[in-house]
Design a binder for this molecule. Structure first.
Ligand SMILES: *Cc1c(COP(=O)(O)O)cnc(C)c1O
Length: 459
C-alpha cells in the first residue's frame, strides 16, 4: 500500500477553536483590512500560515517546565538547564539568552563589527543585515547563483559559493572580515539547506584567514534533516549527530528560539571564545538583562531548553518536513506553479505565473493572498513587489520573485488543514482568469507591506 503521508508523532491534549466563517463575513473582513493579510485580526482567520515564527505548539513537557520557572534575578536554575542544552546539542561553551533572535544579532554585531568591515553571508535576512549595517558593516551576498532562481532544482540551494567568498577576501583583505554569517537553512531563498561538505570547506577557508564562522542557526534542525536525507554518508547518522557536526564548523551562533527551538518567544547567542563571551555579557546587561536571563523569564528558558531536545527527535522533524512537502506536492501535481525544491518551513506560490494576466504593478501576489483568504479563510503572506518596497530615491523595486508564502507552524495543523489549503488554491487556479489585480490606496514610507492598503481594480 502506498503511504500517503507521514502521520503525526503526537496526539492532541488541548484544542484551540478557530474561526469558521462565511464568504460574506470574509468579504467584509478583507475589505476592512485593505486587502492586506497583515491587517486581518487573528480571530477572523481559519488557517493561519502567515509565519512559523513563535506560532509553535509547545508540548506537555514544555508547559510543565513553565511551572518550574526559577525567577531569581541571578543564577536561575533554568539558565543552567538552557546552557547545558546548548552545550550538549550545539556544542558551544557559552550561552547568552536574548528576548529573540534579533537580540542576539544586535549583540554579536556590536562585539565583532568595526565601521567599514564586510560581512559575507548566504543571502541576507532582514533583521540580521539591519544589525550588521547599523554597526557599520557592509553585507555581501556569497550564496551560489542557483539560489536566486526560483525554479532551479538543487539539493543544497543555500550553499556558499567559495569563489565569491575568496574573491571578497582578495578584494578587501581578511582583516576587514570579522566573520562570515552562515544561515542554515536560508529563509529568503525558500528554506533551502547548506550541505555538510560546504560547511566544512567554508569553515576551512574562513579559519585559514582568521575569519570566524557564525551560524544563523534559526532553522538548523531542518537543515540537519535535509543533510540526512540528501548527502552521502549521513543517511545513518542521527539528527543530533548531524547537528553537532554542523555546529562544530562554527565559532558560535545566533538563534531565534521562535523557530526551531519550539517556543513562542526567546533566543540566544552562543559562543566558544571566552573574550567574546565577556564582551557579550557586558552588552547584554545594557540591552537585554543580567547574563543569566538576558531577555527571558526563567520559565521561558526552561521551555526552550526542553524544546531544544524535542526538536532533534527524528520523528518530529520527519513529520514537519513531510507535512510541508505534502502540501507542496499536492499543489505541484495539480499544476500550480511553486518554488522548487520545496524547503523546510514553507511552500511558496509563484504568483506571477499563477496570475499571468495581472501585471506586477497590479500586485499579483498581494491579490492572490487576498483571494486565498476570501476563498477559505487561509492567511498567507505576500513576498513580492509590495514587500520589496522602494529604494532611497523613491523608485519602486521590481523583484524577480513575486511570491505568496504559505508558512507551516510547528505541530499546529493537521493534514486535513493542508488539504483545505491545497483544494482552495487549486480552485482559485481553475478560476484565475476572472480575477483582477489591486490598486494601492495607502502606502506607508517604510516596510510598507505591514500596513499598506489596497482596493480591487474594477472590471
Ligand atoms: C526569524 C529569523 C531571525 C530573527 O529572529 P527573531 O526571533 O524574529 O528576532 C533571524 N534569522 C532568520 C533566518 C530568521 O528566520
Amino acid at each position: 500500500m502506498e503511504k500517503k503521508y507521514v502521520a503525526e508523532p503526537y496526539k492532541i491534549k488541548v484544542v484551540e477553536p478557530i474561526a469558521v466563517t462565511t464568504r460574506e463575513q470574509r468579504e467584509a473582513v478583507i475589505k476592512k483590512a485593505g486587502y492586506n493579510t497583515f491587517l486581518i485580526d487573528s480571530a477572523d482567520v481559519y488557517i493561519d500560515l502567515l509565519t512559523d515564527s513563535g506560532t509553535t505548539a509547545m508540548s506537555d513537557h514544555q508547559w510543565a517546565g513553565l511551572m518550574e520557572g526559577d525567577e531569581a534575578y541571578a543564577g536561575s536554575k533554568n539558565f543552567m538547564h538552557l546552557q547545558e542544552a546548548v552545550k550538549d546539542v550545539f556544542g558551544f561553551k557559552y550561552t547568552v539568552p536574548t528576548h529573540q533572535g534579533r537580540g542576539a544579532e544586535n549583540i554579536l554585531s556590536k562585539i565583532t563589527i568595526t565601521e567599514g568591515d564586510y560581512i559575507p553571508g548566504n543571502m541576507y535576512f532582514t533583521t540580521t543585515r539591519a544589525h550588521q549595517e547599523m554597526n557599520g558593516g557592509i553585507f555581501r551576498d556569497v550564496i551560489i547563483d542557483e539560489a536566486h532562481d526560483a525554479m532551479k532544482d538543487h539539493p543544497f540551494k543555500g550553499n556558499i559559493d567559495l569563489d565569491k567568498f575568496q574573491a571578497l577576501i582578495d578584494e578587501v583583505g581578511a582583516d576587514k572580515i570579522p566573520y562570515i554569517c552562515v544561515a542554515v537553512t536560508v529563509n529568503l531563498a525558500g528554506g533551502q539547506p547548506v550541505s555538510m561538505e560546504n560547511l566544512k570547506t567554508v569553515s576551512k577557508l574562513a579559519h585559514d584567514h582568521d575569519i570566524k564562522v557564525m551560524f544563523d542557526a534559526t532553522r538548523c534542525v531542518e537543515n540537519a534533516y535535509f543533510i540526512k536525507e540528501r548527502e552521502a554518508g549521513y543517511h545513518d547518522k542521527t539528527i543530533a549527530e548531524i547537528l553537532k557536526e554542523m555546529m562544530s564548523y562554527g565559532d558560535g551562533c545566533t538563534m531565534s528560539g521562535k523557530k526551531d527551538c519550539l517556543v513562542n518567544i526567546g533566543g540566544f547567542l552562543a559562543l566558544n571564545d571566552e573574550d567574546l563571551y565577556q564582551k557579550a555579557t557586558q552588552l547584554v546587561v545594557v540591552y537585554e538583562g543580567m547574563p543569566s536571563y538576558g531577555g527571558m523569564a526563567g520559565r521561558d528558558m526552561e521551555a526552550m531548553a526542553r524544546g531544544i531536545y524535542e526538536s532533534i527527535d527524528y520523528h518530529y522533524i520527519h513529520h514537519r518536513i513531510s507535512q510541508c512537502r505534502y502540501l507542496g506536492e499536492k499543489l505541484s501535481e495539480a499544476g500550480i506553479p511553486i518554488v522548487k525544491p520545496i524547503g523546510g518551513h514553507a511552500v511558496f506560490l509563484d504568483a506571477r505565473a499563477f496570475y499571468s494576466h495581472i501585471p506586477q504593478e497590479e500586485f499579483p501576489a498581494q491579490t492572490l493572498a487576498a483571494q486565498l483568504y476570501l476563498q477559505s479563510g487561509v492567511r498567507s503572506m505576500e513576498r513580492g513587489i509590495v514587500s520589496a518596497g522602494r529604494d532611497k530615491n523613491g523608485n519602486q523595486y521590481y523583484p524577480k520573485l513575486e511570491l505568496v508564502r504559505l508558512t507551516i507552524p510547528r505541530r499546529v495543523y493537521t493534514y486535513s488543514h493542508m488539504d483545505v489549503v491545497a483544494d482552495s488554491i487549486i480552485d482559485l487556479y481553475e478560476n484565475r482568469g476572472n480575477v483582477k489585480g489591486l490598486k494601492m490606496i495607502y502606502e506607508p514610507p517604510v516596510l510598507r507591506f505591514f500596513t499598506a492598503r489596497f482596493q480591487p481594480l474594477s472590471s
